[in-house]
Write a protein that binds this ligand. Structure first.
Ligand SMILES: [Zn+2]
Length: 448
């Protein structure tokens, strides 16, 4: 090889190094600004009991402006703004897509955190902040995916709505519940909605098609009061403890199913005792030589839509609070697992739901995997939309991530966050380009 040839190879190599460096540099700068926008959102303290909703709203509106999205600020309840963004599709007659996230977060105990919970510190690639998993990540990932789609000149066929709702962490009554039952929502003609899921400690994403419904039960036993030294039948304490023992056995049977791998956490009924109230107070504590005439216990029960809620209620009436043992009961909250037609409230996750197949295809295209569809063990805003018959899928793209929602030191890895944006890009492309005929959940349930 002559010298001229070497020179040409050398200059070609120099150019390709420069190119690689340029691409690397450009990507890193782009990634850095994506991550700093996420940090900016995380730094806004929207923790209960006094979430800074207006600052969060202003931030989201400024992002929407940079993306040329239509915006609407709705206050179903004063000072609880819900931000609704819109990217109009080429065919506005087709059912639209709704991407939902909540702006509020649960409170923190800052002294128990390794990094301040509202500074979004990055340590070894992990972004530490309240809301990094639940669920400010998802809200901004939607917007970043839209930013990329816009940059690639993608034009949606279906209209895409993005809602940022308040108050999910305190039940969603002044946020998603009012939104889902509003005329504004009806006019949006939503065909599919996405909402939050959970992190997955392994490399399979988690997809949720339903959620357990809360039944908050208080049982009360009454009986004749008596001397603390006397043994007699039907004391309030004794009757309550018979019930607690019965509840405990049922709880163990449900947990056994999970431990044996027969059912997943969301498929069993969970029962947890949350309070015990009994005894006669005295200035030094409780009167010790008196058996009280009343005793109560409270339970947080969560029922999946695949369980028989009616038979559980019979069990409560006959075994946990039987009138024959002088017991009564009431529900502090009871959400039905059935819709108005008596069908379990769940989103089809098989061939009858084309959105499900599109979602799975999009995740595969992004080179990610997912596990068996699950029932969300607690409650999310998705329930209000499923109740309206809208198919709703719970999904937060966080694989290889410990589940830290509501926990101290909540974090999300930077690379996992960036990967999630790519996944949403694929999902939105698939959803917004689809011509497929879609049905409401209700219609699918009727056919079952
Ligand atoms: Zn959440």
């Amino acid at each position: 090889m002559n010298v001229g040839c070497w020179r040409r190879i050398e200059s070609l190599m120099a150019m390709s190094y420069f190119f690689i460096f340029f691409v690397f540099f450009t990507c890193t700068v782009a990634d850095d600004s994506i991550v700093s926008r996420f940090q900016e959102y995380l730094k806004i303290n929207t923790a209960h009991p006094s979430p800074n909703y207006h600052e969060a709203a202003n931030f989201i509106l400024s992002q929407a402006k940079s993306l040329s999205l239509e915006t609407q600020t709705i206050e179903f309840v004063k000072n609880k703004p819900l931000i609704l963004l819109k990217w109009s599709g080429k065919n506005p007659n087709l059912p639209s897509i709704l991407l939902n996230s909540h702006t509020d977060v649960v409170p923190v105990e800052p002294h128990k955190w390794s990094h301040p919970p509202f500074e979004a510190t990055i340590d070894q690639g992990n972004i530490y902040a309240r809301g990094s998993q639940d669920m400010k990540c998802v809200g901004l990932q939607y917007l970043e995916a839209i930013r990329r789609l816009k940059a690639s000149n993608f034009e949606p066929l279906r209209t895409i709505y993005i809602s940022f709702v308040p108050d999910e962490e305190i039940g969603g009554h002044d946020g998603a519940e009012k939104f889902a039952s509003s005329n504004i929502f009806d006019e949006m003609n939503v065909g599919i909605m996405l909402d939050e899921g959970l992190a997955s400690p392994d490399d399979n994403y988690r997809l949720f098609y339903a959620e357990r419904c809360p039944m908050w039960l208080v049982i009360k036993a009454t009986g004749a009061p008596g001397h603390g030294a006397k043994l007699y039948d039907n004391t309030a304490m004794e009757n309550l403890f018979k019930s607690i023992e019965s509840v405990r056995r049922f709880r163990a049977s449900q947990l056994d199913l999970v431990k044996a791998g027969v059912k997943s956490e969301g498929e069993v009924v969970s029962v947890n005792m949350v309070f015990l109230k009994a005894g006669t107070p005295s200035p030094t504590g409780f009167v010790m030589n008196l058996q009280p005439s009343e005793a109560q216990a409270g339970f947080d029960i969560r029922v999946p839509p695949v369980a028989d809620q009616a038979s559980l209620e019979r069990r409560i009436a006959e075994e946990w609070a039987p009138a024959s043992r002088n017991m009564t009961y009431e529900f502090k909250q009871k959400v039905s697992v059935y819709d108005k037609n008596g069908k379990p409230i769940l989103t089809a996750h098989d061939g009858s739901n084309p959105w499900w197949a599109l979602l799975e295809g999009a995740i595969h295209k992004a080179n990610r995997k997912f596990g068996k569809p699950e029932i969300f063990p607690a409650s999310t805003d998705a329930r209000y939309f499923r109740l309206k018959g809208v198919p709703a899928i719970g999904f937060s793209p966080m694989a290889n991530t410990p589940i830290l929602l509501h926990d101290h030191n909540e974090f999300l890895n930077k690379e996992e966050y960036l990967k999630g944006i790519e996944v949403y890009e694929h999902i939105l492309k698939a959803f917004a380009s689809s011509h497929v005929e879609t049905k409401k959940d209700e219609a699918i349930r009727d056919e079952l």
